[in-house]
Design a protein around this ligand. Structure first.
Ligand code: DHB
Length: 393
């Protein structure tokens, strides 16, 4: 990247003055490859940051630091999860001052969207490890995604509901882009299959109180409620669903697996038992790769159970390493992106591919039921839809 575009990116005279003006070394083969990892380590979505940070460290512990002849160096930044401008500024500083070769992380959609132009202008690959709105990958040719998309995760539960005797269902989603994606996908598939949606509710992203919304669901006398809330929010929904007596009123709770997030599932207690969700990862997934992952993760983070966000971080590191192996350690942004496209491997979640054309993830989606086993709550997978790609909305 030219120093001119680095300077343009920085966008502030004061910051330009502070930026180092040294050119990149002509021969950088031996220098470490720097990964700017931007995550919400504090604030309302800190669980996403903690999970991905632990997963990145787990991946390095399991696979070593050297890939394609280069050592990986991770620079972690906390964007607090709620201010897109902060995420973009951190990305700019990482690119301009720290000369990172890859940007990674991005805990929520607005934070990924605001940073996309930085990746494009800097020609730096941007690995989205968490955010799940469909359009993100289209916002820059340098974006690749190792997480999931909401329509990809939602379609299977809409099918499951329609196939299992549910004909009338309310929806309740968090009122921002991934919630809108999820609502649209559920509505399209469920109504195509003959279902009716008499009530569509959107709850605020900041400081939500679910009680009044759930009261309306109860009054609507639907058979089921479909929910999408971001990681960390599920326990609040579950508590209110229980306290408002929706289960006693005969209303079933279904959703994407964000609702029964492994990070907090155990805290939800009995009200969570029997909840059906569709998702790409359960810590209870029965495979040798997952057992190895869960054990290694727990060595890094003994008090945590890995959740779906963590797996996006784990596979994001693998994608970067695969890219470096493909370029023999060359960090030219376009060459790295080209080396990462089309890669497939066996993840702790199951087989995955980073689609060569869309740069988005293709993966199995599972239907799961919350069950108590050995005194703990788990998402137990009982059906699998193979190799689902983002259907758009
Ligand atoms: C997003 C964030 C989440 O925590 C989640 O579970 C799903 C999507 C997002 O902002 O894209």
């Amino acid at each position: 990247m030219s120093s001119l575009s680095r300077r343009r990116l920085l966008g502030s005279a004061a910051l330009v003055a502070a930026a180092p003006s040294l050119p990149r070394p002509a021969i950088a083969q031996a220098a470490p490859v720097r990964i700017g990892l931007i995550l919400p380590m504090t604030g309302p979505f800190a669980s996403t940051g903690r999970q991905i940070d632990a997963a990145v460290r787990t991946w390095l512990r399991m696979n070593g630091e050297s890939h394609g002849g280069r050592r990986l160096e991770v620079l972690l930044r906390d964007d607090t999860g709620v201010a897109p401008d902060t995420t973009r500024r951190l990305a700019q500083e990482l690119v301009v001052r720290e000369r990172v070769n890859v940007l990674a992380g991005f805990g929520l959609t607005p934070l990924a969207l605001s940073t996309a132009p930085v990746a494009t202008e800097a020609r730096v690959p941007m690995v989205v490890m968490a955010a799940g709105t469909s359009i993100i990958v289209q916002r820059s040719p340098f974006i690749l995604r190792t997480s999931f998309t909401l329509p990809q995760q939602t379609m299977p539960i809409a099918d499951w509901a329609a196939s299992n005797g549910i004909t009338s269902c309310a929806t309740m989603v968090t009122d921002y882009a991934p919630g809108h994606d999820s609502e649209a996908a559920f509505k399209r598939r469920f109504t195509e299959r003959g279902g009716q949606i008499p009530l569509e509710l959107r709850t605020p992203l900041r400081n939500p109180d679910y009680a009044p919304f759930l009261q309306r669901v109860r009054d609507a006398r639907v058979q089921a409620l479909f929910v999408f809330v971001p990681s960390g929010e599920g326990a609040n929904v579950m508590k209110q669903f229980d306290e408002r007596g929706l289960a006693q009123a005969g209303i079933r709770l279904i959703g994407t697996g964000d609702l029964t997030d492994d990070d907090i599932l155990n805290e939800m207690g009995d009200p969570a038992i029997g909840v059906i969700t569709s998702h790409f990862y359960s810590a209870a997934h029965d495979s040798p790769e997952n057992r190895e992952y869960v054990a290694a993760f727990r060595q890094i983070a003994p008090n945590m159970r890995p959740n779906f966000m963590s797996v996006g971080g784990f596979d994001g590191m693998r994608l970067i390493a695969e890219g470096l192996r493909g370029t023999d350690g060359n960090t030219d942004g376009q060459r790295l992106v080209d080396a990462m496209r089309g890669k497939s491997w066996m993840s702790p979640r199951g087989p995955i591919t980073i689609d060569a054309n869309t740069r988005d993830i293709v993966q199995d989606v599972y239907i799961r039921r919350v069950e108590r086993r050995d005194g703990q709550l788990w998402n137990i997978e009982f059906d699998r839809i193979p190799q689902v790609r983002d259907p758009g909305t």
